[in-house]
Ligand binder design. Sequence first.
Ligand SMILES: *Cc1c(COP(=O)(O)O)cnc(C)c1O
Length: 399
Amino acid sequence: MIANRNYIKILDLIKDSINLDKHSLPIQLHEPDFNQTNSLSYLSDCIETGWVSSAGKWVNEFENKLCEFTGARYAIAVVNGTAALRLALHLVGVRAGDEVILPPMSFVATANAISHLGAVPHFVDIENESLGLCPLEVKERLDSIALKVNNHVINRETGRKISAILPVHIFGTPSKILELLNISEEWNIPLVEDAAEALGSFKYDNKKLIHCGLFGKLGILSFNGNKILTTGGGGALITNDQKIAKLARHLSTTAKKNHKWDFYHDYVGWNDRLPNINAALGVAQIEDLASRIEKKRNLHKKYSEKFELFNELEILKPSDDCISNYWLITLRLNLSKAILEEYRIGLLELAHESGILLRPVWRLLNELPMYQNSPKGQLKVAEDMSKRLINLPSSPQLL
Ligand SMILES: *Cc1c(COP(=O)(O)O)cnc(C)c1O
């Protein structure tokens, strides 16, 4: 009963935080917004010139703007984040039969990209500040199961090679990436960053701000419909490594050698380049991205102030050593285990009835049927957090 009155208070606070006069119910978690952008005129250009497919000036322009915004030396735009991940893992040497270390709390694409290469996800726990892969757990896991053999690392329990570490900057919050990078260097296992949700998120390395995705060998971004910038569907690889960038471009365009009329391909490539028409939307949005992030920061501030009322409910905030894009603003239920599940379900039910589409964090990947038998360490923090986290409507245009 007490819980029930709290739900109404929580939903009222959410409604107070967003400008309900401007929006009709239901309020979605994160929606695209093309107002006050040049989207229409850029799209018209594609249609008028006939350049709609996977070459054209908007693809180049979008990649240049991504470099400018993130500080990456190279950006390669592709059809979606999953394809970007698959290509990134392939480029650092992940092959069929290998294992890749990743956190269990992520969107399913992170594990799927590994499986698409015939490799096997290996789950290691998260830590409860950034909600990302826990460096201590990765270190302990490797110390207990891994063996250096010649130039690579073998999982003694499965006999498989561990060929990448894949942290995820979840909800736009940078993971403990410097510590993870140290482990990657110590073991000589390449680090690929799933920065799908983290366009506009940076972390300090000493005094220098570095964009998520640019700490390891390479990182990936997604421009799916609910991301902070959307091209309809889309993704990108970002890297400072010229050799990797060149190869990424080559393999994502069917590995065709550049020639006027000869079709010569030197590798089993993919057809993964982003069409010009999608890239045009990307350019229109990235021009407006800084102001969108500013609005999201203000929305986070507003929610944080409102929720100060509650002792047991906490709006998560990024640590001082990073800048977040606040992609999804997250509420943590700091309640006792005895009442947690009933409270969580009750709140979600009432919210959905009221048209405020709160969303719990994804089911843990190791609980999905296709990943149930994947190798894993203990996953205590992820198991606990997955019951406590609820994402609030986070579209910048809500403000
Ligand atoms: C969105 C997302 C992806 C996949 O991107 P798509 O563009 O949807 O293929 C990968 N990882 C994470 C963490 C994501 O949120």
